[in-house]
Design a protein around this ligand. Structure first.
Ligand code: ASP
Length: 704
């Protein structure tokens, strides 16, 4: 038993000891924590080559894309590569039924044709710095969590203000290890980003939701943008005067490919992981939260997918929305399966037993940590009903599009009712709402939403039969009427809004959430933060000689591993790469997601692969590796030992999404687009030679 526990501890906190590639590390600490191990595994670079504040390094070529993805700079003129699914919203906003770039692809023939994407930003890290001492100044153990949080906020505000250098930079203090460490993150935010190129969806989204989160995979998941800056090469809002950004560093691209066991690493902006949750926390996710969310999303998707398959306009309008819903839905299914398969709850509770024994072994520890686990147990027991109600209100109530939309009108009602009503500020608000309304209706289908409302009202134990009545009589279901109403808006019209049935339903749902549930959640969050912070501290004290990595929190990170195949089940072995051959095998012209692009087929038939074929003579489309990634690493560059681009990360194997909660080296793989397939599509399928010429492409056999 003792041996088993030791093994468990090692497999949980293995990064410091074993060959396992677990870990989403902070690049600032590379020299201290990881570089020797990375070099032992094959890396040919120094820590300074990857992250440096003194001279240009790989960090200067990696950006956060649009707040939720990663992208990499691949030319001296600010050209960036990311995933197709990351660029999808921007591509869709440029599209219409006449110019359906989702279906047909988009390729700007010159810089003049590159399309500004309003609202899209790209964030470049300037530096990251440990500021724990400054942030915890004045904090002591007698404080309760709320007092602590308030002081931390005060100290953070001060540090952030100093770091912005009068507005040139954006600075944020971020918490790591649940408030045990703090880093200052200083960024430049670029606001003029233009769409350069995207393949048609039968390449960029090949396999659709059926293949999403799955291996073997053949999705050409990439899109191309460019960062523009002002004449001084500084971030600026869109202007015709802006010029392509000149980066301190861009990534060279290797045509050399990879072999099983080759070292790879990856940089980027992973979003959220929870590796240090207790067994109670994982149990809640696997057995309560995920099943409920999955069920509610399934109902919504059934309605939307049926409508999309019958109508071209609806497909164009709802593709990004359906993607968002389905992406989370399918991930939760895989993750739940992964948790069960890896017996995560059991393993965590065994680990907790030995933690408890350690905590009870001295009286000083017993005082500090002895009751921690039982407090967690009580916490989750009380939290469960609040959590459930919150999920119903967000995944069912706020899933009704028109309800979410109507919530934007609350400010208008508030203003209209206030004693200090001012026509000028009202006018501004009304104009803003008119603009949001036009955007909303462009991608809105009332028949779909009515069905969603019917189902979701039922789920919330409200009267579904009312859906018809509510929608029919509401001003929100008629865009012309609503815009006219806004155009002639007078203060007395507030009455009309307040009587509106959609508005009333919205108030019911939002009030319940914001007034009843949210305050409860906030209370629980304070309690959770406090427990989890102490638990994290205790784990680090217990396993002093281990290197811990902090959970992902959308800050800049590095992960490293090997190109590696996967054995997902007894007698099943997945090869570590896929080829064009597989696209042809999956072809089914009667299924939208499995149509094969004609030009691609032509090139395949003629074996016209140019310099992009592997030495085995085929085009490799995607590959597997054991880099620890998460959502937000979409678009991350996958690099070889010399720091050359060999792939673009875009997914994980289904059950491997367990890695957000526990990394299992035998089951967790990241999925990357082979950069040679990406270049093949740009060059041979789209004929976008000007882009190929712009990049630094290193022929195979020349990797250094
Ligand atoms: N496909 C994921 C994303 O959308 C990437 C991942 O979670 O592995 O961010």
């Amino acid at each position: 038993m003792k041996k088993l526990i030791l093994l468990l501890i090692l497999s949980f906190f293995s990064a410091g000891f074993l060959g396992a590639e677990e870990g989403i590390w902070i690049p600032v600490l590379l020299e201290q924590l990881n570089i020797r191990k990375m070099q032992d595994m094959g890396l040919r670079l120094s820590a300074e080559d990857i992250y440096s504040v003194n001279h240009s390094s790989l960090k200067d070529a990696i950006v956060q894309f649009g707040g939720g993805c990663t992208a990499e700079i691949v030319s001296s003129k600010g050209l960036i590569l990311t995933n197709y699914h990351c660029g999808l919203g921007s591509i869709q906003r440029q599209s219409s039924l006449q110019h359906d770039y989702l279906n047909e692809g988009f390729w700007a023939a010159s810089m003049e044709e590159e399309r500004p994407c309003a609202g899209l930003t790209v964030t470049l890290l300037n530096r990251m710095e440990d500021v724990t001492d400054k942030i915890l100044q004045g904090v002591d153990e007698t404080m309760n969590q709320l007092q602590r949080t308030n002081l931390v906020k005060l100290n953070s505000d001060k540090v952030e203000k100093e770091a912005t250098l009068g507005g040139r930079y954006e600075a944020k203090v971020r918490s790591f290890f649940y408030g045990n460490r703090y880093y200052l993150v200083v960024n430049e935010v670029f606001k003029d980003i233009r769409l350069v190129g995207a393949p048609p969806s039968n390449i960029g989204k090949f396999g659709g939701d059926t293949d999403n989160w799955m291996w073997p995979r053949h999705t050409g998941d990439f899109s191309i943008f460019r960062i523009y800056a002002n004449k001084n090469n500084e971030p600026a809002t869109y202007s015709v005067e802006n010029i392509p950004y000149i980066p301190r560093k861009y990534l060279p691209i290797s045509l050399g490919g990879y072999q099983q066991g080759d070292f790879t690493f990856l940089l980027g902006y992973p979003g959220t992981t929870s590796e240090y949750l207790t067994s109670y926390g994982v149990d809640l996710i696997a057995n309560e939260e995920n099943p409920l969310r999955i069920r509610l999303r399934e109902k919504r998707l059934e309605i939307i997918n049926a409508a999309m398959s019958q109508n071209k306009l609806i497909r164009l309008q709802y593709t990004p929305k359906a993607n968002g819903i389905a992406n989370g839905w399918k991930k939760m299914i895989g993750q739940t399966r992964g948790i069960r398969k890896a017996e995560t709850v059991l393993k965590k509770s065994l680990l907790e037993s030995s933690f408890q024994a350690w905590a009870d072994s001295t009286s000083e520890r017993r005082i500090r940590y002895g009751n921690l686990l039982s407090s967690f147990q009580t916490f989750y027991h009380h939290y469960l009903p609040v959590d459930r109600s919150s999920i119903y209100l967000t995944e069912a109530g706020q899933a009704i599009e028109i309800v979410r939309f109507a919530s934007g009108f609350r400010d208008l009602v508030k203003l209209g009712e206030s004693k200090e009503f001012q026509p000028a500020s009202c006018q501004k608000l009304v104009e803003g709402l008119a603009k949001t309304s036009r955007d909303f209706y462009k991608n809105y289908n009332i028949a779909i939403d009515k069905q969603v409302m019917f189902v979701m009202l039922g789920e919330m134990k409200l009267t579904p039969e009312k859906a018809d009545l509510i929608i029919t009589h509401s001003i929100f279901s008629d865009s012309t009427r609503l815009l006219k109403f806004l155009g002639n808006f007078k203060q007395s019209d507030i009455k009309l809004l307040k009587k509106d049935l959609v508005y009333q339903l919205m108030l019911d749902i939002y009030n319940r959430y914001e007034k009843e549930i949210l305050p409860e959640i906030k209370k629980y969050t304070v309690c959770f933060d406090s427990l989890q912070r102490v638990y994290m501290m205790a784990l680090m004290e217990w396993q002093r000689e281990m290197n811990f990595y902090p959970d992902a929190n959308l800050t800049f990170r590095i992960a490293f591993g090997k190109v590696e195949d996967l054995i997902p089940a007894d007698a099943v072995k997945y090869n570590y790469f896929t080829t064009l051959e597989g696209i042809m095998q999956k072809e089914d012209s009667s299924v939208y997601d499995y149509r094969v692009d004609n030009r691609l087929k032509y090139l395949y038939k003629n074996h016209d692969y140019g310099r992009y074929a592997d030495r085995d003579g085929t085009i490799h489309t995607a590959f597997l590796a054991s880099n620890h990634t998460s959502g937000g690493n979409s678009g991350s560059p996958v690099l070889n030992a010399w720091g050359q681009l060999i792939g673009i990360n875009f997914d994980r194997n289904w059950e491997g999404t367990l890695s957000d909660l526990m990394y299992d080296p035998s089951q967790c793989r990241n999925i990357s687009l082979d950069i040679r397939y990406c270049l093949f599509v740009i060059d041979k399928v789209a004929g976008a030679k000007r882009l190929i010429e712009e990049m630094e492409i290193i022929p195979s056999g020349n990797s250094q």
